[in-house]
Design a protein. Sequence first.
Length: 401
Amino acid sequence: MTDQSPKTHPVPNDWDRRGLPAWTYHSDAMFELERDHLFLNHWQLACHVNDIPAPGDWRSFDLLGERAVVVRGQDGVVRAFHNLCRHRGARVVDGAAGHCKGAMICPFHGWVYNLDGSLRGAARPETFGDMNRADFGLKPIEMEVWQGFVFLRFLPGSQSSVAECLQPYNADFTDFRAAGVLPAGKPGFWGRTAVNWKSVCDVDNEGYHVALAHPSLQELYGRSYTDIFHENGLFQSNATYGDRPGRTWSVRNYVALSPLQPWLPPRLQRAWNYYGIFPNTVFIFTPESVQFYAELPISQNETVMSSGLYRQPDETRETRVARYLGNRIDRHTSAEDQQLTIWSNESMKSRAFDGFHLSDLEYGVRRHHDKLRALLPVMRLDHPPPEAEVARINAEMLGKP
Ligand code: FES
Ligand SMILES: [Fe+2]
């Protein structure tokens, strides 16, 4: 390899280096538009099919007032429903994950649902007149399983199928045997942070900060880090390690102990690859693990990260040790990023803040913002419109060619 400096491509010669205006990070009206036009109508990652291996196993997924349950039926089929009892709307399952024996029983009045979502029966059915059970099954949610991962969409949207959107990643996911990975830990919800979700993305969508903010990553792979942009807002980063031993404990041991995985093609054997999915999800593949995390907004100034960690079914003891060390590096990275998101988000409230001035190495930030601007053109306004006008102006701008 000749060139050992970080790279980002393709980047145009001349581009607008500004970021989104600060007001878009602190507006309730803006956030309402993002909820309906970005989060609820775009594919969201709920879990992996192997998180729910047996009939009756379920995982929940809540997002901005909507709540889903993904459950495996008696027939082995995975289905997704609104976690909303058809009687009075209680949660039919409660918590992040669990198992129901043969049926889901609503904890409020005891309506019983089969694992395929159909209503088996209401408690005291004679008190409902001539109610037709067939009309009261759990409502299905649009779902697609791709490479073993379960994606949901709460509202109809313009994105094509998950398989089509993520086609550029298909070969790597197949080579990584993503469809067959097993959970390596409990479902995670971590890092509830008082920031707008876009501030988390902004930190995540560039590698310019790695050199200074992530000393361990820089040591591990900083020389080879490369961002690659694909269609549909996909944002991939590749980096390889192993060309030098590393100084810090975790990196030194990880580089020394990470065993070569002969089943992986050479391009993935000594690589950490990141696969970003618009608008809010990232997968991380290392030779030892498959991970994902997603920014799930709660309000315009609060974000929670959901995450999952998976391993290969035939993991050796050596690989398990390397996975532990790799995750240790990754945990430090997350903590470092969290602080950066807080600072970035705070700056948006300062009257002295003049906006971003982005490097070519931060073109990924601009690209993400451009996708957002295309969906929500009101974000193009430099100055905040009155809150009550945001939705109307956005609709008007969308109507313009
Ligand atoms: S709300 Fe579910 S049984 Fe009443
Ligand atoms: Fe980072």
